[in-house]
Design a protein around this ligand. Structure first.
Ligand code: SF4
Length: 293
């Protein structure tokens, strides 16, 4: 059972006014996703950038269903007993990539602790089909922690994604606050380190506004750097539903700039930091910039 947010929602500051979803391409993408029964994290997480991203042909596909086997209290994705995997999902993602003429795609999933391999082979199948049918397409995978099982991480990496993304989400102290086991902080860092040691570009993200201190943010960034992470996103946590934990602080755009400087001083090669920054926000741009392309 989810913990219910116990405080009245704070009014949003003026810099957090999201664009109402719209635009010709937005509706075209929505219709095509619905036709194929595909989910995106853009919709499930009620991302404020959906209009901007979709009208620029950028979306993040959510594979393996819309129900997560875990229950993090910052997340608006439904939790419960996930449905069986859909064998046609890879083909449907491919069709969407073709419709959107994508050159860079982000694939993420719900956590599937119910599956013997955590869904890693399904993930790999999607990557493999995209690589076979869209040579030149850059693929970023935003994976669950697979409980730290490196065999499952290998299954995904062996399919050859271009970027391995795995979010740390928040600082170590707040893991229990968001209904995560304290040891998961370390497990996530180990997954990232494993990917880095295998030669992959690794990326991670945190949300701020959950009650962390600046010192804790710095410690988290240092932990990520020590695990070899090169690309980082920092965004404002927003309470999507009454069942999510409340926002403790709204950072100003100026504070996000300061966090960006802090991240660069820690040694990250690419950083996006801002109120509406999400893990996959401008993912293509960050990849290109970090690689001097
Ligand atoms: S930032 Fe990511 S999740 Fe949000 S709309 Fe863009 S692609 Fe989707």
């Amino acid at each position: 059972m989810r913990k219910i947010g116990n405080r009245k929602k704070q009014p949003k500051p003026k810099w957090l006014k999201a664009q109402i979803p719209g635009g010709e391409d937005y509706f075209r993408i929505k219709k095509n996703l619905e036709k194929r029964g595909l989910s995106t994290i853009c919709q499930r997480a009620r991302c404020p950038n959906i209009s901007e991203c979709w009208n620029n042909y950028h979306a993040t596909f959510l594979i393996m269903g819309d129900t997560c086997s875990r229950n993090c209290t910052f997340c608006s994705v439904k939790s419960g007993n996930p449905a069986p995997l859909h064998p046609e999902e890879a083909q449907r993602v491919l069709e969407m990539v073709e419709i959107m003429k994508s050159t860079y795609v982000v694939i993420t999933s719900v956590t599937r602790d119910d599956l013997e391999d955590g869904g890693s082979s399904h993930f790999a199948g999607v990557i493999a089909l995209l690589k076979a049918r869209r040579p030149g397409l850059k693929i970023e995978v935003l994976i669950p922690d697979f409980k730290g099982n490196t065999r499952h991480v290998d299954t995904v990496l062996d399919a050859g994604p271009d970027v391995l993304n795995h979010n740390l989400e928040t600082v170590r102290r707040l893991y229990p606050h968001v209904n995560r086991k304290p040891e998961n902080y370390h497990i996530s860092l180990e997954v990232l380190r494993y990917g880095h040691d295998k030669g992959f570009i690794t990326k991670s993200g945190i949300m701020v506004g959950l009650g962390e201190t600046i010192e804790e943010i710095k410690e988290t960034l240092q932990d990520l750097r020590e695990s070899g992470v090169e690309l980082l996103t920092i965004g404002q946590y927003l309470q999507a539903t009454r069942e999510n934990v409340p926002v403790e602080k709204f950072y100003t755009p100026e504070e996000f700039e300061e966090l960006k400087e802090m991240a660069f001083s820690c040694g990250f090669r690419g950083v996006e930091s801002g109120p509406f920054v999400r893990s996959s926000y401008k993912a293509n741009k960050m990849y290109m910039k970090a690689n001097g392309l």
